[in-house]
Design a protein around this ligand. Structure first.
Ligand code: 5GP
Ligand code: MG
Length: 172
């Protein structure tokens, strides 16, 4: 059976916000270059759209973590794909995430990256389910704060489906 998906954030609304985030990053890192550390797979659409709108030099790196099975958080965070220490050391790193939920994934990833001595480290997430935190965590750049609902699209999946939707939606 086909799912019905209600649009929560349209492609236009998302792109407008991404343009604002890119302008903010341009201003904050003026005269520098940034390394966008994209967390696969969910953040890949967001990272690409953001990168295209940043005008200072951008480098892109990719990592993959796992913390979700279906719609239930497993509570553990593991690294499926990592990058070497020399790709982090001395760089202005911005971790790009699709959604901050419990905060577990990013607390682990941030700690891990800080040990590798970046010049600076910030976190940019398209979505923030702020009320769902289990561990305290604040994003430095946040696209949209949303409520406690499971969203799909714009990179976000349910069992690998719906990543390619051009909007963020909720399965009815
Ligand atoms: P956290 O460690 O903050 O609980 O989990 C963050 C990860 O959980 C995200 O990177 C994402 O993969 C997954 N996640 C959390 N909320 C949602 C959601 O509403 N939809 C989807 N598709 N994934 C989510
Ligand atoms: Mg993710």
């Amino acid at each position: 059976m086909k799912d019905t998906i209600d649009v929560l954030l349209s492609e236009d609304v998302i792109n407008t916000r991404i343009r604002e985030l890119a302008a903010q990053i341009d201003a904050d890192y003026a005269g520098e270059s940034v390394t966008l550390l994209c967390t696969l797979k969910g953040a890949v659409f967001f990272a690409c759209e953001l990168a295209k709108r940043i005008t200072i030099p951008v480098f892109m790196e990719f990592i993959q973590t796992a913390s979700y099975e279906g719609t239930q958080s497993t509570g553990t965070v593991s690294m499926k794909l990592d990058i070497p220490e020399e790709d982090v050391a001395g760089k202005h790193l911005i971790i790009i995430e699709d959604v901050i939920d419990t905060g577990r994934t990013l607390s682990v990833v941030k700690e891990m990256m800080l040990k590798r001595n970046p010049a600076s480290l910030k976190v940019c997430s398209l979505l923030d389910k702020h009320e769902c935190r289990v561990v305290p965590f604040e994003g430095d750049y946040v696209g949209f704060t949303i409520g406690n609902e499971f969203v799909v699209g714009y990179g976000l999946d349910v069992d690998q489906k719906y990543r390619n939707l051009p909007y963020v939606g909720v399965i009815r």
